[in-house]
Write a protein that binds this ligand. Structure first.
Ligand SMILES: [Zn+2]
Length: 427
């Protein structure tokens, strides 16, 4: 008879398959009907959605949970956020950054978010943020995969020491090469930064993820440069463009030329809907642009597009909970991805697609893969998007790392049921 350390019974996978999942050590050791198997612990997931963990491909963990320090962002713009962060990073200590990041990781784990790609600012000569995030990466490794991007927030060329500090951060062990071409002094310097940063990644064998064209400028052309350099250097499938909000405002003819170039480069795109809808369009009156890139059009062109969170309680965004379902919910609305197929795709974007963008190994619910999963108080992915429900159980690398009791509302209504859960299965 098979025996497992943990047996998750009767759960429904995102594709609708009902299955038991047997876990031995840190691996999924059995799937299918495992009735009669012995297990150290049984978790009954009958009727509940069992998903591979959520993955956030775009975050700023060095800034998270700092909201209000030393002041709030009064204008609500990207540029005031950058200025505010410039003040904060002088004041904060390595210990404070570590503590805030570890607290955020606790939140993430409780939401079933077990892999995060975080940009870390390399425009500080002390590289405090890099030191802090490298420490956090090791501390959370047993339960959360943290991938770090060297991010020259104040401009790879515009900031006088950013280039040297970014290279130093990569020498210290930061995983991915970042950039911010739209913040360089000129379009030409932005393109040059894309070129050199991609060359650095190619020479070091690293992935690339740049903040790219996070503006409302219809003439911004750094996505084009990123696609060109990716193809020139043979980095296909290894480069992501984050935000790409200028594409919202670009001329349609130009986009019809740009999308095939992006597809040729196998670029991944990471829109961040909570933040893009908040920060962009701030210079408009009405009609007011919604600063989200062209998600459905990119997907139709064959690009990997994954929703990112970007910010939680920091100089750019006062809200956020670490719930990737909130992110997908906002993205679904702003991109008008409302058909059943599109809603399922939104769930896929915050799980499987994002795992692919991060090049995570052993991700997914199949025998032999890492035993990481989340049990949700919902029947299927669309219901999960609608309810953004409790995460009843989170398992990371074979260990239960978070639990939450099912918590139905108790009603006191004449002639009505005594409790309500708000589930509403189709048919
Ligand atoms: Zn960002």
């Amino acid at each position: 008879m098979a025996s497992f350390d943990i047996l998750v019974t009767g759960g429904t996978l995102p594709d609708g398959t009902v299955t038991d999942i047997g876990i031995r050590g840190d691996r999924i050791a059995g799937m299918g009907d495992l009735a009669g198997a012995e297990a150290g612990e049984v978790i009954d997931a009958t009727g509940d959605l069992v998903s591979p963990p959520f993955v956030d491909p775009h975050f700023h963990m060095d800034a998270t949970l700092s909201y209000g320090t030393p002041r709030i962002n009064a204008s609500g713009t990207l540029l005031e956020g950058i200025a505010l962060w410039g003040e904060l990073k002088q004041l904060t200590t390595v210990d404070e950054m570590v503590e805030r990041a570890l607290t955020y990781c606790d939140w993430a784990v409780s939401m079933g978010l077990l892999a995060v790609r975080s940009h870390v600012d390399t425009c500080d000569d002390s590289l405090k943020g890099v030191e802090a995030m490298l420490h956090v990466r090791e501390a959370v490794k047993p339960y959360l995969d943290l991938q770090l991007v060297a991010f020259p927030q104040d401009g790879f060329y515009r900031d006088p020491t950013a280039r040297a500090n970014t290279l130093h951060a990569l020498d210290m062990g930061v995983d991915v090469v970042g950039g911010i071409p739209h913040f360089e002094r000129t379009m030409a310097e932005g393109a040059a930064s894309v070129r050199e940063l991609c060359e650095i990644a190619a020479a070091r064998g690293l992935l690339v993820d740049m903040h790219c064209d996070e503006t409302d400028d219809p003439m911004s052309r750094h996505v084009e440069a990123l696609a060109y350099e990716t193809t020139r250097l043979g980095l296909q499938g290894r480069v992501a463009g984050s935000h790409l909000t200028s594409m919202h405002s670009m001329d349609n003819y130009y986009v019809s030329k740009l999308l095939p170039l992006m597809a040729e480069a196998e670029l991944a795109a990471i829109p961040n809907p909570l933040i893009n809808i908040t920060l962009q369009g701030r210079h408009d009156t009405y009609p007011k642009r919604r600063g989200l890139t062209r998600v459905k059009e990119m997907q139709a062109a064959g690009l990997a597009v994954g929703w990112g969170q970007d910010c939680v309680r920091d100089p750019w965004y006062s809200l956020g909970t670490g719930d990737m379902l909130d992110v997908a919910f906002m993205g679904l609305h702003v991109a008008q991805m409302t058909s059943p197929e599109e809603m399922l795709r939104c769930f896929d974007m915050v799980t499987r697609v994002n795992a692919g963008i991060l090049h995570l190994e052993d991700y997914g619910l199949a025998e032999g893969r890492l035993a990481s999963l989340v049990v949700l108080d919902a029947g299927d992915p669309i219901e999960a998007l609608r309810l953004r429900p409790d995460r009843l159980c989170v398992i990371s690398k074979g260990r239960v790392v978070s639990r939450k009791a099912r918590n139905d509302a108790a009603l006191a209504l004449p002639g009505r049921p005594g409790s309500v859960r708000r589930r509403h299965p189709v048919g």
